[in-house]
Design a protein around this ligand. Structure first.
Ligand code: FPP
Length: 243
C-alpha cells in the first residue's frame, strides 16, 4: 500500500467510482479553453489510476462522458471523443503492463466506428489482467442503463416473478462487478448526475471542492482514509448496539 495512505487494508474500499468534475472551471480560472481542462483532467487520471494500483483498489469506475454530455457544444464533444482515442493510443501499453483490465460501461454503438474499434481492441488486449479493473463510463447514463436492462429482460422473455434485485443487477453494464463502496465527486457539486444510480444505493460519498485536475494522490488518499472511518450500516444498525 502507498506510503501516504494510513488505512487498515481490510477496511479499504474494493470499488471506487469517481465523477471527475470541474475540468471546465479549472480551465476558466486560468483563462484557458475548456478542452485544456479536459487535457489536464486526463493527466490527473493517469496519476489516480497509478495511485489506485498502488493503494490496492480492485475496481475503479470513472465517469468520462455521460449520455447528457452530447448536449455540449460540438467542438467540446469532438474534443472529448478525440481525447478518449488519444488516451487509448498513448496509455494502453503501459496500462496493460501494469496489469490494468479495461472495461467499458455505456453504449458503444453511438461512438464512431474508429473509436469503437479501439475500445474493443483495448478491452480484448487487457481482458486477463487482474491488478485493477478500470471501468470507463463513456456514453453512459444510469437511467439509460436501466432502460436497456429492462428492454433486454423483456427480449429474453423473463417473467415478472423472476425479476428481483440480483437479476436486474445482472442485466446492467456492471454485471459481475461489486457495487461501488465509495463514490468521489470533485468540484463540490452535490448531485449524482445519473452516475451508477442503481449500484450506488448504499455507497459512501466523498465530495471535495477541489477541481478534478488538482485532485492529487494526497487527496485521493484522504478520501480513502475518510471512507475507512465511516460506519456502513446498509439500512441496519451497528453491531456495537447489540454487544
Ligand atoms: C466534467 O467536467 C468532466 C467531463 C465531462 C469529462 C471528463 C473527462 C476527462 C477527465 C478526460 C479523461 C477521459 C477519458 C476519455 C478517459 P466539466 O467539464 O463538467 O467541468 P465544469 O463543471 O467545471 O464545467
Amino acid at each position: 500500500m502507498g506510503e501516504n495512505l494510513q488505512a487498515p487494508p481490510e477496511k479499504m474500499p474494493r470499488h471506487v467510482a469517481i465523477i471527475m468534475d470541474g475540468n471546465g472551471r479549472w480551465a476558466l480560472s486560468r483563462g484557458l479553453p475548456r478542452l485544456a481542462g479536459h487535457r489536464a483532467g486526463t493527466e490527473n487520471l493517469r496519476r489516480v489510476i497509478r495511485a489506485s494500483v498502488e493503494f490496492g483498489v480492485e475496481y475503479l469506475t470513472i465517469y468520462a462522458f455521460s449520455t447528457e454530455n452530447w448536449g455540449r457544444p460540438a467542438a467540446e464533444v469532438k474534443g472529448l471523443m478525440y481525447i478518449f482515442e488519444e488516451v487509448i493510443d498513448r496509455e494502453l501499453d503501459e496500462l496493460h503492463q501494469e496489469g490494468v483490465q479495461l472495461r467499458h460501461i455505456g453504449r458503444l454503438e453511438k461512438l464512431s466506428p474508429k473509436l469503437r474499434k479501439k475500445v474493443l481492441a483495448a478491452i480484448d488486449l487487457t481482458k486477463d489482467n487482474q491488478r485493477l479493473i478500470l471501468n470507463i463510463a463513456f456514453n453512459y447514463g444510469g437511467r439509460d442503463e436501466i432502460v436497456y436492462a429492462v428492454q433486454n429482460m423483456l427480449r429474453d422473455g423473463i417473467s415478472p416473478d423472476e425479476v428481483n434485485i440480483e437479476l436486474v443487477s445482472q442485466y446492467l453494464f456492471t454485471a459481475g462487478t461489486p457495487d461501488p463502496d465509495l463514490v468521489i465527486r470533485t468540484s463540490g457539486e452535490l448531485r449524482t448526475s445519473n452516475f451508477l444510480i442503481w449500484q450506488s444505493a448504499y455507497a459512501e460519498w466523498y465530495i471535495t471542492p477541489t477541481f478534478w485536475p488538482d485532485f492529487d494522490q494526497e487527496e485521493f488518499a484522504k478520501a480513502l482514509e475518510t471512507y475507512t472511518q465511516r460506519d456502513r450500516r446498509f439500512g441496519g444498525v451497528s453491531d456495537e448496539f447489540y454487544e
